[in-house]
Structures are given as C-alpha cells and as structure tokens.
Write a protein that binds this ligand. Structure first.
Ligand SMILES: Cc1cc2nc3c(=O)[nH]c(=O)nc-3n(C[C@H](O)[C@H](O)[C@H](O)COP(=O)(O)OP(=O)(O)OC[C@H]3O[C@@H](n4cnc5c(N)ncnc54)[C@H](O)[C@@H]3O)c2cc1C
Length: 402
C-alpha cells in the first residue's frame, strides 16, 4: 500500500501554504495568538473568510453544485492539516457548517438563492437558537412559541447560550408551533432577521469576564416578533427532523488536524521549559503522556478518515457524528491539560489586558498567556452541541442499537 502523496497532492499542499502566507496577515495572527476561545474581532474574521471565498475555499464541505471547491478526500485532508497547522482563525460554524446544509437539503429554491451565496461570501452572520432556559439536553421540551397568523408567524420566548448573537444578522430557531401529540411533532424550524422589531440580545458574562472580542454567549429575547411564513424551512411541525440533520454537521467535525497542532505546540513549550537541569520534553514521564495522547489522536484520525471518505460522494455523517464529538472533545481537553502542565507556573498570572491589547510586558514567555484561559474555555466543548453524556446515549441507541 502506497501511503505517500502524489506530486499533484504536493502541488496542492504548496498552493494552500502559499495562500496562508499571503492572506494570514499580521493583524489576524496577532489576535488569534491572544484569543482564549478562538474568537477574534468580527471584521478580522470576515476579512479572512472573504479571502477564502475569493479563492473558492470558504466552503470546503459544500457540494460543487452549491459552490463547494470539489476537493478530493486527500485534498480535503491536506487542506485541513495545513490550515490547522498554521493555526488560522476557525470558521464560525453557524452559517457555513450548520444552517447551510439544512437549506440545501430542505429549503425551497428561493431560500437557496436568497441565503446560500451570502453565507458563502460571509456577507451575513448567523447564530443558533436551539437551547432555552430549561431546555438543553431535553431540547424537545422547548417552549418558544410561534403563532401561525396565515401569512406570518408571531414569535414569543427566549433562547439562551446563543454564541456570537451580538454579531449575527440572522438566527435560525426551533419554535413550538403545536402542543398536540408527541413533543417532537410540534416543532418548526424558522429563520429570523436579528434586526426584527422585538428581538433583544443580552450578553451572558461568564466567570472569565468575557470582554469583547472574546465575549461568546448571550440570551436572545423575542417579544411579538413578526416573520413571514416563507422564513420557515420545510413543513410546519417537521422542524425536529431538520434540527437533527443540522446537529450531525455541528458534531461531525474533523478534530485530528487541530489536535496534532496542539501536540506540536505542547512539544515546543516542553522543549523550551527547563526542569531538573534538562528540558521537559526529554523527561520520560512527560514524553509518555505526549505519546499516549498522540496514539489516541492517531486512532481518532483513522476513524475520521474512514467516516469522511465514505462522505466524499456527498452524504451526511449520521449518528457516528456523536462518536467524533465525544472523542474529539475529550482529546481537546486532554491536550489543554498537558499544555497547562508544560507551561507550569507561567499559567498562573491571568492578565486580561495582555490578551486584548496592552503595553504591559507578558509575564513569562508570550505563548504562556493564553494557556490557562484556553484550558478553561475548552471545558465547554464537552457541553455544547449536546453534552458528551447525551452523545453516549445517542451512540448506545442509534449506532450500537442497545
Ligand atoms: C459555550 C457554550 C456555547 C453554546 N452555544 C449555543 C448556541 O449557540 N446555541 C444553542 O442553542 N445552544 C448553545 N449552547 C447550549 C448547549 O447546547 C447546552 O448547554 C447543552 O445542550 C446542555 O444543555 P444544558 O446546559 O441545559 O444542561 P442540562 O441539559 O441541564 O444538563 C446538565 C447535566 O446533566 C447531564 N444530562 C442531561 N440529560 C442527561 C441524560 N439523559 N443522560 C445523561 N446525562 C444527562 C448533562 O450531560 C449535563 O452534565 C452553548 C453552550 C455552551 C456551554
């Protein structure tokens, strides 16, 4: 079996590297290096996304008929590895990765024409209105109401933990359109402009203080908000089907390229850290921990390649996305624990200003300042997109048939 890359693949790798060298400019790099949760100023995110869109690479997972680049499985792998290795800004997922596949599969032709090009070009930002106070894991209990008035709906209620709602132009929401029958059969999927009268966004300040540009979660209130009936995706009361389809995309990411990047980073830190007259990277106990995680990442990578290569013909991940989400986020957390150990006492000073912009010198090496905030931020990954406990329930039922 020949596992080497072809000359064409290596030429593609060079093209990706050249693109990064040209478009990953210092202003974006600087903010990424200071970000504790991957978010940077909106205008810099948009600048990066637009450069990708111009090249035709903003939507690597989209089918060609909707403007995807038509990467082969190998090109997609190379693209992910190079982008993660360079630590470029992550794609804000709510438009490109989440609502777009739902519009492609269940939307009308008008909805596809209206929404997809702007999502691809990052002309509009989306956020996700699933969770409500009291409805997280048990999402089907959601109460936000949409009254059908013939040609429009009137929305009342609220959504919570809504990431980056403060920047969003649109929100996709699950709403209750019926209280009859099974709870899942009274839910619809609607698209709401955030500038509609009656929509209000309030930031949720987390333990870390969450100042701009890092502020992440919000509560969104809807008070007699009117939206046209055409803003509903698919059929009324069938929203649960569309919502589950979207979750496969939310959970079904490739984690291993980012995990390899984290391990590379840990090795660099450990090579720079003095301990017992030598370097941490040479300490057998630490080396064993790095190797252990690396082996698990390798196993994860093979699982991802197996699942994603089956997708190259344009399907969806299915309930196996829960497996990727569980293992991927557990390993993300393991990497942040090891990075914290490697950076040692320099993880302790937490100077918020140096994360944003400051003339204050860093305490310790410059890479140290984000390690602890990032460690804390990554605790969220086993909660959002459905907690890992709930993912295990899904795997037990839908994958293992227990
Ligand atoms: C940083 C962050 C960003 C988020 N962004 C968004 C967003 O943009 N849009 C959005 O709609 N939502 C968002 N969420 C919400 C997220 O989806 C929910 O937090 C998640 O689904 C868990 O729901 P909950 O917080 O209500 O916890 P609960 O459902 O109350 O769960 C509490 C605990 O009980 C456990 N548990 C619950 N049910 C079971 C069960 N059946 N079996 C075993 N254990 C169970 C859970 O695992 C958890 O440990 C975000 C959350 C976070 C932390």
């Amino acid at each position: 079996m020949d596992l080497s890359f072809s000359p064409e693949d290596e030429a593609f790798r060079k093209e990706v590297k050249d693109f990064i060298a040209e478009h990953y400019t210092d202003d974006i790099r600087d903010q990424v290096s200071r970000s504790k949760n991957g978010y940077i100023d909106k205008h810099l995110h948009v600048k990066w996304q637009k450069s990708l869109a111009k090249k035709g690479w903003a939507t690597p997972n989209w089918p060609v008929e909707h403007g995807g680049p038509g990467f082969t499985a190998t090109q997609k792998y190379i693209f992910d590895v190079e982008m993660s290795g360079a630590h470029v800004p992550h794609t804000v997922p709510f438009g490109i990765t989440m609502v777009a596949p739902v519009i492609m599969k269940f939307g009308t032709e008008e909805q596809k024409k209206k929404f997809l090009p702007d999502i691809q070009e990052t002309n509009v930002w989306w956020c996700q209105g699933y969770s409500e106070p009291g409805s997280g894991s048990d999402l089907a209990s959601l109460q936000m109401k949409a009254e059908n008035k013939g040609d429009h709906y009137v929305l009342n209620g609220s959504k919570i933990w809504t990431s980056v709602a403060q920047h969003a132009d649109w929100i996709f929401c699950l709403v209750r359109t019926s209280n009859e029958g099974k709870r899942q059969e009274g839910i619809s999927f609607v698209l709401v402009p955030m500038d509609s009268p009656g929509v209000k966004v309030e930031p949720i300040v987390c333990l870390d203080g969450s100042p701009a540009p890092h502020q992440e979660v919000n509560q969104v209130f809807f008070d007699d908000v009117k939206i046209p009936i055409e803003n509903r995706i698919g059929e009324e009361n069938k929203g649960w089907t569309y919502a589950k389809y979207l979750l496969e995309f939310e959970r079904g990411n490739a984690y291993s390229p980012g995990l390899y990047h984290s391990l590379q980073n840990i090795r660099k830190i450990a090579a720079d850290t003095d301990i017992d007259g030598g370097k941490l990277i040479d300490q057998p106990e630490f080396k064993a921990k790095v190797s252990d995680i690396e082996n698990q990442v390798r196993a994860m990578e093979f699982t991802e390649l197996r699942i994603f290569s089956a997708l190259s013909t344009g399907g969806n991940v299915g309930p196996e996305s829960s497996l990727l989400k569980c293992r991927g986020t557990e390993l993300q957390q393991a990497c942040t624990e090891l990075a914290l150990e490697a950076v040692g006492s320099y993880a302790q000073p937490y100077v918020e200003d140096t994360l944003i912009q400051s003339n204050e010198p860093d305490v310790g090496p410059s890479y140290a300042k984000v390690i602890a905030p990032y460690y804390f931020s990554v605790r969220k990954t086993s909660i959002f997109a459905g907690s890992n406990e709930v993912q295990r329930n899904i795997m037990a039922k839908a994958v293992l048939g227990l």
